[in-house]
Design a protein around this ligand. Sequence first.
Ligand SMILES: O=C(O)c1ccc[n+]([C@@H]2O[C@H](COP(=O)([O-])O)[C@@H](O)[C@H]2O)c1
Ligand SMILES: Cc1cc2nc[nH]c2cc1C
Length: 356
Amino acid sequence: MEALKNLNIQSTGNAELEEALQHKIDRKTKPIGSLGQMERIAAQVGLIQQTLSPKLCKPVMLTVASDHWITDEGVSPVSTNITWQQVLNFIGGGGGIGLFCDVYGFDLYVVDAGVNYDFPEHPKLIDKKVRKGTRNFLHEHAMTDEECNQAIQNGRDVVRSFAQKGSNVVAFGEMGIGNTSPATALLSVFSSTPVETCTGPGCGLSPDGVVNKAAVLKQAIAKHGIADKPEDNLARFGGLEIATIAGGMLEAAAQRMLIVVDGFITSSAFMAAYEICSTVKEYAVFAHSSKENGHKLMLGHMKAEAIMDLDLRLGEGTGAAVAYPIIQGSVEMLNRMTTFDETEVEDTTSVKYIEK
Ligand SMILES: O=C(O)c1ccc[n+]([C@@H]2O[C@H](COP(=O)([O-])O)[C@@H](O)[C@H]2O)c1
Ligand SMILES: Cc1cc2nc[nH]c2cc1C
């Protein structure tokens, strides 16, 4: 696929720096390893930036929106009008993501990847509309190869433009009524898990509705079959926002940016990117474990460790924004926490913690 050519993602691996980062963390006035996942995040950001003193600059939140005509099959409990209405809400600073970006210091942009609405121009809205809504993949592929390619390219272009403006942290979220269906289909396809096990209520489907949703997805997967190439599965079962986010994540890794992944749908985009190039995982932190059924399965499939579990299932990027202070704290710990060498605290680094 054209949009995946000239993609150069380098491993962050550097044994010498990794050891130096670990030593720096171990000299802090704390028992060895006692800041747990925060230590791993600090070392990861150090490796991404190839420094003992990383800095988080100009964090940007990209909430990518699209509609999905699989909704014609009754797979979502709410009207597709919510997608465009929420886009307008977000760019005005509203909704969960508008609020949390304000609280946690993210510069929020909404990317229109395929919303069924003609928006007026707005400084916070990036027009990358490929078409009005992903096709109903019960009957035809969700995207043509060209549409999927365009969406991936758009994601890459948007992220590159922020890297060029000095952002080295990019969080991803999404808005799209019906988009738990493509995310669920991708989970089933990529993890070889029965689709019934992957399917959940999305934004509030009834138990009968969930049974219908799983049946629709099962039929769609049987109709199109599973392709060898991840990008072909993305075109068959994905969504325009999912493909745009996947492209954005791949570009973020190529630009050595830290990627903050939100919930179920954003993680499905990450999973597609991961299937395309698994090195992308070295650049990603997973904000939270969503309440949507398949998310824990999805994270497990990628051996990914989520920062928190707050029973969130809103999407939009909200979990990524809420988790960000933990990432900031991890990096500040590496840079600014006192050490045994500069305080009067007795050095306890010879004490080893034995797991029971
Ligand atoms: O991020 C999540 O984990 C998450 C889980 C369930 C639902 N959502 C949001 O709900 C919408 C999709 O739900 P649905 O039922 O219409 O497929 C979409 O706008 C997502 O942002 C998000
Ligand atoms: C109101 C509403 C807000 C959302 N935000 C993300 N998905 C959503 C779904 C609904 C229904």
